[in-house]
Design a protein around this ligand. Sequence first.
Ligand code: UDX
Length: 435
Amino acid sequence: MRIVMIGSGYVGLVSGACLSEFGHHVTCVDTDKAKIEGLINGVIPIYEPGLDEVVAANVKAGRLSFTTDLASAMPSADAVFIAVGTPSRRGDGHADLSYVYAAAEEIAKYLDRYMVVVTKSTVPVGTNSKVAEIIRRVRPDADFDVASNPEFLREGSAIEDFRRPDRVVVGCTSEKARGVMREVYRPLYLNETPIVFTSLESAEIIKYAANAFLAAKITFINEMANLCEVVGANVQDVARGMGLDGRIGGKFLHAGPGFGGSCFPKDTLALLKTTQEFGVTTKIIEAVVEVNDARKVQMGEKIEKAFGGVAGKTIAVLGLTFKPNTDDMRDAPSLVIVPYLKNKGAKIKAFDPEGMKEAKKHFDVEFCSETYETLKDADGVVILTEWNEFRALDLAHVKELLKKPLMVDLRNIYKADLMENAGFSYVSVGRPPVL
Ligand code: UDX
């Protein structure tokens, strides 16, 4: 098959590369000249484990190419995917669909044969119908169908998620379009991955509902962590005891500093706006957004308390990205916690294995080039992101470097008894502290 992927951001690039690995001929199109030139020269604009290899192998095999010129990519395509950004619109939190609609207008100009126009970007319910309307307005003669094919990739494991998804969701309205989409995902089909065909509207809602549900699950366990802290229980035991109930499931029950990233914060907010627009009340989602926003500030207060006030103290911060294995800082808890501590008069020394370049755009703090340098002469250390390299620190050395053996671990990556034996004061999330 011939596939055009519009937008070489996170979703577009990973999907384009992985679809070429499935054996399709994929052209990735982006208006950002520098990005496309980089990709042509093998420069991957994001950090995602394994992506560089998939791109290199498929470029070499002649199945994957990059261009800024949609006109040259479109002829003889079977499907064209829209994978452009849908950021939160400034001011009102609605998804900004201007890039999606602009892509639809562009595509319309080049529809020279039957094509399925597939939206991969996360878009509110009703958007796919609007895309169809735009194309029909520009080209009343065009032979096409639209399909909604939301993406469930997690950053940091996106390649694996694409290769082995729990399911593929496709909303479309004609058997012809279903046939094309079946062909797109043929290798998965053969693997018995469920392909869930629905209406356009249902597919659009599935994406938001899934993300909001997962965000709610995290928020729920975070609130249980608060209760655990007060009564001296252990939230990890609670999560395990709950999660073994097959109806609940153990995933996304890790208490922490609140969810961040490019999807959950933006999508919960957008879903809230959509429901309000349609006059439907969703108090759960409202609460999830509110509780998660407040949590990041509460984490600042928690650190402050653990340090016995932070004014004039030096705090070593390990991890700045919203999760490990990414350089993404979008809505990371650090964006709230670090300024909070600075405002309270703390001096921050910070290190992140991949996020330093991004972090430098956001913070004016002392950036260190590795973990142990960060710890030197600090009054204590705070772990904000659970990068693997922070999981097995040489605690004796950490103790030597710090002025006081204090660790605030907002990701629960250490065992309390280990920290106690190593002589640390240790404060984590939803577990009894070692004081
Ligand atoms: C998420 C969805 O998982 C994915 O399906 C969707 O397509 C995009 O959004 P991603 O944002 O990459 O993926 O990361 P994810 O691993 O889901 O984590 C999101 C946030 O929740 C992170 O801030 C993470 O630290 C937090 N989280 C996750 C928790 O605090 N606890 C958990 O148990 C799981």
